[in-house]
Design a protein around this ligand. Sequence first.
Ligand SMILES: C[S@@+](CC[C@H](N)C(=O)[O-])C[C@H]1O[C@@H](n2cnc3c(N)ncnc32)[C@H](O)[C@@H]1O
Length: 270
Amino acid sequence: MDYNCVIRGNSDEILQKFVDEGLQFDLICTDPPYNLNKDFGNDSDKLELDDFLKVTQRRIELCKELLTPTGSILWFGIHHYIGFIQTIMYNAGLYYRRMNIWYYENGFSRSSKAPLTQYEPFLWFSKAKSKWTYNVDDVRVPYKSTERLKTPVYYKGKNGEKKMWTPNPNGAMRGDVWAFPTLAGKAYAKEKTEHPTQKPEALITELIKAYCPKNNDGLYEGTILDPFHGSGTLGVCCEKLNKQGHHIKWVGIELEQRWCDVANERLSKI
Ligand SMILES: C[S@@+](CC[C@H](N)C(=O)[O-])C[C@H]1O[C@@H](n2cnc3c(N)ncnc32)[C@H](O)[C@@H]1O
């Protein structure tokens, strides 16, 4: 099995093959078709709801088999169907960790009859009940208010004792709303390919930093799978981190040759 490359093929077959071969991944981070009728060059985003749920259930069950004992799944979805997918994850025997939100201010709408969509949820479930990777210190964010940091803040400890809170020098803990702009408009033209639902590298890199296991030297050293790789954002982000000295092993699977070519073109430029 070769890592750090794109496999052209159907995940519904390849995931089963990976299971049969006994492969395991620390993180499955994926952005599958949301069933919103997008044109990926195939009909994968245009299923009857029942078929979409059946196929999603099978994929999630196979992904569960592919996780290491401390592995996690990050599964992007859309508000229309995320409730169904969350139920499928529970039924598969995965453990709920968080409904994260990818929030973007620069969304656009074709309808004035409903609010503008400004988020896409992504579910985090773990294989184990009480062990998983989350690198809290790698994704800290600046404190919102510097006023609060000027004067000491006190709080009550477990036994009622007075304790002083000190700010973390690396910033505040990141929340579960991950704010990164979409790749819309001129500002992102350099990053954007012709793939209709390409995710921003900034978002995916932040997820890798948060969820990829690290070695004793503090370098990312885990295995990551994206079974719906599209234009290759997951692979590109892993390779950019590897160029900084990390040791991430990744695999991307994509049905369409066109998107594999786009991914390989992006990878060749790193
Ligand atoms: C939402 S897009 C992923 C976009 C990706 N995150 C990016 O940044 O470019 C989903 C992709 O899954 C692919 N796809 C759909 N069904 C598939 C299948 N059964 N196996 C592999 N890929 C599939 C589609 O062709 C599409 O490119």
